[in-house]
Ligand binder design. Sequence first.
Ligand code: FE2
Length: 237
Amino acid sequence: MTGPVPYAPEESAAQPPLRFDAFKSSITRSPTRAPVRIPQTLTEVTGPSGAGVWDGLMGPAVTDLTRQYAGPAMGERIIVSGRVLDENGRPVRNTMIELVQANACGRYAHNYDQHDAPLDPNFTGVGRTVTDAEGRYRFITVKPGAYPWANGENAWRPAHIHFSLVGPAFATRLVTQMYFPGDPLFPFDPIFNSVTDEKARNRMISAFDLENTKPDWALCYRFNIVLRGRNATPMES
Ligand SMILES: [Fe+2]
């Protein structure tokens, strides 16, 4: 038997609330009644995991989003890499990460996005991989552009990449957004600012990583994701 495991509770301001009025659609999306507790059964907490399993279900990992088509994706090529860690800094291995982003012009390859910006026929903006034994992942992509959105007059989202982590099962999925350092749109973005704790908010901003930059080829941004505890990455509910 080992002793009790130290428990580091999260600060409540470190996670975004379900309703944050400045983020207008959170008003209608957030629940108005107390949640109904549904007992968890084995099905919700077990499921496929591991590199081989995900590849078998969904095909080979997509880690280079710039070379999925006949020509290279347009825009500033970047490397996005990091580690997935638990609250004690231990690697979370074999966890599936999905990435979704707009193209370099700030447009998603999706019918819902009718923003007046060019689509890139060589870029879909969807990637997927599984963390290795050290909890590491690595994508090659292009830096997404900022885009306008319907949250009020002259509202723009800072450049960001949507991350989704599927844990042991789909019910354990966690979703967050990665931002880029120094973005001038930070003070005006209600989604970014719905995380009211400044230190926690800054954990959603990737770090420029000179060491892992590939000379003459691509800059690198490092984004470590901490699942729980005092250093937890803010996650969307
Ligand atoms: Fe987005």
